[in-house]
Design a protein around this ligand. Structure first.
Ligand code: PMP
Length: 408
């Protein structure tokens, strides 16, 4: 195994051969085809979709429409109109909270999240609970970084109206048992929100087979542009929801006192749509489809095994999350007792190695792990064993530097 996707597919990587980009979990590098598609949209197809009677506007509308269909297919959604464009996972969670939560959750109800939820869902549903007077429950984790199913089961009763969890944890790499959680949640009548931000770039996702009610992801982690993402929801749920933002495009008839609203998906896409970025995201999905999501997963499992093996050779390291590559994604968080993650990341940067250091928008998780921050390396389609080798060399250098400082 050398690579799945050549560096030459990614202009930023091709232009900086010494860079070892191991932070795809924060945002992915963009394939050239995506950048070209953005440029082409603005050069050839740019007009305001749904607005003009002229041919150019019709073309922009068609490109936007086709992008939605491509992305829906990519995530296994047969009803493309239930695939809504949003800014990203964060906005998707807020749409659910304001559009569904405020109307369906009240005092006496309960909301369940997990201790590994990203702030995008954790805080959004915590605040929904605060607004509505619902109880906010947090399912705990096992020592090896999985959702503790005993804890989760103990929290599910008929008061629970909504449960949120990540398909894949951004800080632990854990791949959660979605269908098992869905079965438990549906048995008590709860609506299931699944955060797919760290899953869609790495695993073949079929939202309908997973059985969830809402599924969200961010385009920029899939190789698409920043500022575009997707919320997929079941038609019946989406149709029962009030719009949460108002303005152009989302209306049917505007009376002086009363307004009726457009059908799906427009009802939830107020204002001029982000058409170019939708087109870019569709091209990113096509790029991954051409690579083959099964091959993407196999490539990442191999790299993750190498990464875990390499990290385990380092003295004093603590690795978080499941230890078998098959059971996790290629997001690997680690910490050294004596070195702060930020200091580590700064030294790695001197070796051209990019890793994320911090709380990964998961402060409740960090508290449970008993660390202020972790360093996190993550792999994707262009990552090679050479990138991982560079990480290990840089880590060994950092360790020796810090050992010298400790001796002084
Ligand atoms: N959920 C998870 C699991 C994530 O990794 C991220 C991005 N770090 C988000 C939600 C939020 O995504 P965005 O910032 O693109 O809205």
């Amino acid at each position: 195994m050398t690579f799945l996707a050549p560096r030459s597919d990614f202009p930023l990587l091709a232009d900086t051969p010494t860079l070892h980009y191991l932070d795809s979990a924060a945002t992915a590098q963009k394939p050239r085809v995506v950048l070209d598609a953005l440029q082409q949209f603005y050069e050839r197809d740019n007009a305001n979709p749904h607005r003009g009677a002229y041919e150019l506007s019709a073309r922009a509308t068609e490109r936007y429409h086709d992008a939605r269909a491509t992305i829906a297919t990519f995530i296994g959604a047969t009803d493309a109109d239930c695939t809504l464009f949003v800014r990203g996972t964060t906005e998707a969670m807020n749409l659910i909270a304001y559009g569904w939560g405020d109307a369906h959750i009240g005092a006496g109800d309960a909301i369940v999240v997990t201790a590994m939820d990203h702030h995008a869902s954790f805080v959004t549903f915590q605040q929904l609970a605060k607004r509505t007077g619902a109880e906010f429950r947090i399912a705990e984790l096992t020592d090896d970084g999985r959702i503790d199913m005993t804890s989760l089961r103990s929290m599910l009763d008929s008061r629970v109206k909504l449960i949120s969890f990540p398909h894949v944890s951004n800080a632990l790499g854990t791949i959660n048992p979605v269908t098992e959680i869905v079965a438990l949640a549906h048995a008590v009548g709860a609506v299931v929100v699944c955060d797919g931000a760290q899953a869609v770039p790495h695993l073949a996702v079929d939202v309908e087979a997973l059985g969830v009610d809402f599924y969200a992801f961010s385009g920029h982690k899939v190789g698409g542009p920043m500022g575009i993402g997707v919320l997929w929801g079941r038609r019946a749920l989406l149709e029962s929801m009030s719009p949460w933002q108002f303005g152009g495009d989302m209306i049917e008839i505007v009376g002086d006192q009363v307004t009726t609203f457009n059908t799906l998906p427009h009802r939830f896409e107020a204002g001029t749509p982000n058409a170019a970025d939708a087109v870019g995201l569709a091209v990113a999905c096509d790029y991954l489809t051409a690579l083959g999501m099964d091959r993407v997963r196999a490539h990442e499992v191999e790299l993750t095994a190498l990464l875990l093996d390499g990290l385990q050779l380092l003295d004093g390291i603590r690795i978080f999350g499941p230890m078998h590559a098959q059971e996790r994604s290629g997001v690997v968080s680690f910490a050294f007792e004596d070195v702060h993650a930020h200091d580590l990341a700064t030294i790695l940067d001197e070796h051209g190695v990019c890793v994320r250091a911090g709380h990964h928008c998961a402060q409740p998780l960090m508290r449970r792990l008993g660390v202020p921050a972790t360093a996190r390396a993550s792999v994707w389609v262009h990552t090679t064993p050479d990138d991982l080798h560079a990480l290990m060399t840089a880590l060994q250098h950092a360790k020796s530097l810090f050992a010298d400082v400790a001796l002084r």
